[in-house]
Design a protein around this ligand. Structure first.
Ligand SMILES: [Zn+2]
Length: 477
């Protein structure tokens, strides 16, 4: 069999790996690549004459580790370009992927409308722009794609072909997220096993089960996002959050703005706030959850609450509501969203996106960045050159929504809500494998520096066969 690394090679986004067993082709993840800008993407797609570097009509099945768009965001394009097989994933992944892809389609539609509007000024009204990006998909295409998903249960073996069996193992990280085990039987009956880590979560993360053990495999394809970093904050999420709220909304009665992702991170935050509320540790402040997507994904978390960790299930049993508490207000319309930017009492605003790049968070940050009584709390990773990254790096001025503004608000950071395991978690994940029986370990889904440092650590722990594949590199297994 042959494994080719087509994405998330020495970078974090764009996960996509092609496994060929004779004529049968399995794609593991099919994610959007955020490390390329629009110009670079266009050049690449024009050169390939496709969004993909291989022929999508020849792919038989997709195995999806989890819903995040850097793992799922090109699935509608795979169907658009002729893929006719199924996407195999867990039930929550199916629901969350549907929401995320619909959200992407809505943004694509907006982009298209804007482009058409611009062209209609110059040309005939209603005439479509010719240069539609190849990776642009719309609602109907997402609907068509979602009809071909095949949801599976954790821990069960599923036969994909006569020779290939797959098992999904809980990976923490996000509801429904999995490590995928792939068993391949040779023509002579010998078995080879691969594990695709997907994104590895952390122990004791709000709501989610801990990542579960993976059996001995021959080949491990392992993420390395935090390959050179440690989560140093040992406080619980409740402690960390309540300290910030006390300081920023009570001691100095101001506004606390939390940029965050709508799927996963927002639910962890709302659940933690609810726990503080139930324990009478939440001051009487209004909490605005301002993202239509987070409303939908919170419902998915409620629907699959049986798959959450024991603490969350017991909390639900005792209090009925996992996320809803007095003073929590879900904001749906964009008018209401704009109105809360000017709400004058101390309050908490949770909005997306987490990197302050696009989404409603931009107008909350724009309206409050020059207010010394406001605090912007970063709770996750922000890619280089995003607005979130600029704020974290202490820039005095930023340009937001076309306006240059001074940064007078307080910028704070906590990492207790990060959804990725750190270097120790990654090392412990690898250490489940006997180094002598493991034939190869491939590092993916990390910055090059992070991979190099993690490789050194792995070498020190006796794992000699560590590869850092390049895009397009193939390995005969
Ligand atoms: Zn992820």
């Amino acid at each position: 069999m042959k494994l080719t690394f087509w994405g998330a090679t020495q970078q974090v986004t764009g996960s996509m790996y092609l496994l060929e067993v004779d004529d049968y082709r399995i794609l593991i993840d099919c994610g959007a690549n955020f490390d390329l800008d629009e110009k670079q993407k266009k050049a690449l797609y024009d050169e390939q004459k496709s969004v993909f570097p291989f022929d999508p009509t020849l792919v038989n099945t997709v195995l999806l580790t989890h819903a995040h768009i850097d793992h799922s965001g090109n699935i509608p394009n795979l169907y658009k370009e002729g893929f006719e097989g199924q996407v195999v994933c867990t039930e929550p992944t199916y629901s969350l992927t549907g929401l995320l892809l619909q959200n992407s389609a809505m943004l694509h539609q907006k982009r298209l409308n804007t482009a058409n509007g611009m062209s209609s000024n110059k040309k005939k009204k209603g005439k479509l722009v010719k240069d539609i990006p190849r990776d642009l998909f719309l609602e109907k295409q997402v609907k068509d794609a979602m009809e071909n998903f095949f949801p599976v249960a954790f821990g069960q073996k599923y036969r994909i072909t006569d020779r290939v069996t797959v098992t999904y193992i809980p990976a923490g990280h996000l509801l429904g997220a999995a490590h995928i085990l792939v068993d391949v039987r040779d023509v002579d009956g010998k078995k080879k096993t691969l594990c695709f880590s997907g994104d590895l979560g952390r122990k004791n993360y709000p709501l989610l089960v801990d990542p579960q053990p993976v059996p001995q495999v021959d080949y491990l394809i392992c993420e390395s996002t935090y390959g050179n970093r440690l989560h140093e904050d040992t406080r619980s999420p409740e402690e960390a959050l309540s300290e910030v709220i006390q300081r920023t909304c009570v001691d100095i009665p101001g506004r606390l703005i939390i940029p965050t992702f709508s799927v996963g991170r927002t639910q962890a935050l709302l659940y933690t706030l609810n726990k503080l509320y139930v324990d009478h540790n939440l001051p009487p402040l209004k909490v605005f959850s301002d993202s239509p997507l987070s409303f939908g994904s919170t419902k998915v978390y409620q629907k699959y609450s049986r798959m959450l960790n024991r603490e969350a299930r017991e909390f639900k049993e005792a209090n009925e509501m996992l996320f809803d508490f007095e003073n929590l207000i879900y904001i749906e319309s964009s008018d209401a969203s704009r109105a809360i930017s000017n709400y004058s009492e101390p309050c908490i605003i949770i909005s997306s996106s987490g990197m302050v790049q696009g989404g409603r968070i931009e107008h909350h940050v724009a309206a409050n960045i020059e207010n010394p009584y406001a605090t912007i709390l970063m709770i996750g990773y922000a890619s280089e050159n995003t607005l979130g990254w600029r704020l974290l790096n202490g820039q005095d001025t930023i340009t937001i929504k076309g306006e240059k503004k001074s940064v007078l608000a307080n910028i704070e950071k906590i990492d207790v809500f990060s959804g990725h395991g750190d270097q120790n978690d990654l090392l412990n994940f690898v250490k489940m494998q006997n180094s002598e029986q493991l034939k190869n370990l491939f590092l993916i889904h990390g910055e090059a520096q992070s991979m190099r440092e993690f490789k050194d650590v792995l070498n020190q722990h006796g794992y000699g066969q560590v590869e850092i594949p390049e895009r397009g590199q193939s390995f005969e297994l």
